[in-house]
Ligand binder design. Structure first.
Ligand SMILES: Nc1ncnc2c1ncn2[C@@H]1O[C@H](COP(=O)(O)OP(=O)(O)OP(=O)(O)O)[C@@H](O)[C@H]1O
Ligand SMILES: [Mg+2]
Length: 300
């Protein structure tokens, strides 16, 4: 089982860093987000602005999780001081901004889906669940909708084995569209909750909108009015499974869902995409060779 450790790449700083060309972007939950320049780099910086212990705990949790992760499908943490998290600035905007212009074509949507699953498979292999996957938390490098331009951000809601803080305490409720039903019912989600969110993201990429106009009503079990599954039929079994209310009906792992999406692309005559870097641990879990994984890793 992997233990979270600080990546050697992350600089631990004792004092807050001065930015030049500072542009405030947003302030939320006591955290200011800014773009700026730092040591000659374009950076995105989150600064903790309040003394509130809950906000501090959340901020440090996000920093510790981000510090332990290192994968091309995630935005890396460059440096951290007690009140600052410094990331490289990714130009190109969010998947949300891209989808506001309209749905992706099938090649782009499935390619972005594979990019998301590559990042999520890595996270799950590290014992981390994201818990807040939505188009606002996915950046597309240079605005291109491809597997290798996907950059997952925002570990503020994540759960990491071996970290004490359980963020899922109802302090931050995101959009219901991408949230798995079990998360809505107050349970801490697991890896399968992230796969539900990836299913909604894939649906949104293909349709230009998420599956339920009234997502809260569906989550609460008041109605089952889902929009028609978008895209070609080859994608429907995967979409249907990922969107299951019952986590046990969803794909067994991010790697398994990645494999199925690859197969669907081949069936559709779309070119195979190179993916040699899926985590071995997650593959073993998929094939059931790591017998202790359910007990040890909580189902990763
Ligand atoms: N590295 C980055 N480069 C460029 N833009 C970024 C970067 N990280 C975040 N952003 C932008 O800032 C927004 C908020 O970032 P993030 O989701 O990490 O913060 P947050 O405070 O947790 O926000 P929210 O609560 O809205 O999810 C993102 O949706 C994106 O538009
Ligand atoms: Mg966010």
């Amino acid at each position: 089982m992997k233990h979270l450790t600080y990546s050697k790449e992350v600089q631990e700083l004792t004092t807050p860093q001065e930015l030049t060309a500072r542009t405030p972007l947003a302030e939320r939950g006591g955290v200011l987000s800014e773009a700026g320049q730092w040591r000659g780099l374009s950076v995105f910086v989150k600064t903790l602005m309040v003394d509130d212990p809950d906000a501090q705990a959340r901020f440090h949790h996000e920093g510790r999780v981000a510090a332990a992760l290192n994968h091309p499908a995630l935005v890396p943490l460059l440096a951290a001081s007690p009140t600052q998290l410094i990331f490289p600035f990714v130009t190109g905007g969010t998947l949300r901004e891209r989808l506001e212009k309209g749905p992706l074509n099938i090649d782009e949507a499935t390619s972005v889906g594979l990019g998301l699953l590559r990042g999520v498979a890595y996270l799950h292999g590290q014992g981390v669940t994201h818990q807040d996957l939505k188009p606002e938390n996915v950046l597309l490098q240079d605005g291109l909708a491809r597997w290798d331009t996907v950059r997952i951000i925002d570990f503020g809601m994540s759960h990491a084995l071996h970290l004490p803080l359980d963020i899922h305490s109802g302090t931050r409720m995101g959009t219901p569209h991408f949230m798995a039903p079990e998360q809505f019912y107050g349970m801490r989600g697991d890896a399968r909750s992230d796969l539900y969110s990836v299913g909604v993201l894939l649906f949104d990429c293909l349709a230009g909108e998420p599956p339920y106009a009234d997502a809260l009503g569906w989550l609460a079990g008041i109605h089952t009015k889902r929009a028609e599954l978008p895209g070609p039929e080859a994608l429907h079994p995967l979409l249907r499974a990922a969107l299951s209310r019952d986590p046990a009906q969803r794909p067994g792992s991010a790697v398994g869902m990645h494999d199925e999406l690859c197969q669907a692309r081949l069936a559709l005559g779309l070119p195979a995409l190179p993916h040699a870097d899926l985590p071995e641990a997650a593959v073993k879990v998929l094939h059931g060779t790591r017998e202790d994984c359910a007990a040890e890793d909580g189902g990763f």
